[in-house]
Design a protein. Structure first.
Lengths: 114, 117
């Protein structure tokens, strides 16, 4: 039973265009959401996060949108750069005493073509 | 180094053998996590250590898996009588504080790639 789903295994975009990566979740106890980026043979690195009390968080070229009613979040990268090519994982954690426990999606491989 | 360090980076073992994976967290980080990623899957939570509190072992898949941590430093993950389904990347992570809130980034190591043949 996957509680965090990334339905697109891969995405290809042209340099300079917008990349939109999507994520859906089923557990209504999740109240904090994160995106991690992973290059081959490296560990995941934190990219951006959002609390459930917000619907948008922006950091430079990266913006995360949260739609709680739809249990959906998305990561927008604009403009996309070739160095953004990586696997992107969506993750979520519950509130309360288990807020350290992350549940991850399977990841989306983003390829940005020059 | 400044990051989370894991060893070995790669391990091939025969089915039925025991393996031990090591993690050196970032100095001063009180929280330490183990995750694993099997092929084509997302990261799965295994275990969480926080200071001297009892660890959360709820993610360990079977009693063949165990983990220890000495104080707020090194952790070892031990898999006994390895099976082929244990083949995965085992990722260790650490953070300064508790939880995933704003300002408490979880930093991952590069992982230990385990192949059971």
């Amino acid at each position: 039973d996957q509680q965090v789903k990334q339905n697109s295994p891969s995405l290809s975009v042209q340099e300079g265009r917008i990349s939109i990566l999507n994520c859906d979740y089923t557990n209504s106890m999740f109240d904090y959401f994160l995106w991690y980026k992973k290059y081959p043979a490296e560990g995941p690195t934190f990219l951006i996060s959002i609390s459930s009390i917000k619907d948008k968080n922006e950091d430079g070229r990266f913006t995360v949108f949260l739609n709680k009613s739809a249990k959906h979040l998305s990561l927008h990268i604009v403009p996309s750069q070739p160095g953004d090519s990586a696997v992107y994982f969506c993750a979520a954690s519950p509130g309360g005493g288990s807020n350290y426990k992350l549940t991850f999606g399977k990841g989306t491989l983003l390829t940005v073509n020059p | 180094g400044a990051g989370v360090s894991q060893s070995p980076s790669n391990k091939v073992t025969e089915k039925g053998k025991d393996v031990e994976l090591r993690c050196d967290p970032i100095s001063g980080h009180t929280a330490l996590y183990w995750y694993r990623q099997r092929l084509g899957q997302g990261l799965e939570f295994l275990i969480y250590f926080q200071g001297n509190s009892a660890p959360d072992k709820s993610g360990l898949p079977s009693d063949r898996f165990s983990a220890e941590r000495t104080g707020e430093s090194v952790s070892t993950l031990t898999i006994q009588r390895t099976q082929q389904e244990d083949s995965a990347v085992y990722l260790c992570a650490s953070s300064l504080g508790v939880g995933t809130g704003v300002g408490n980034t979880i930093y991952f190591g590069e992982g230990s790639w385990l192949t059971v043949v």
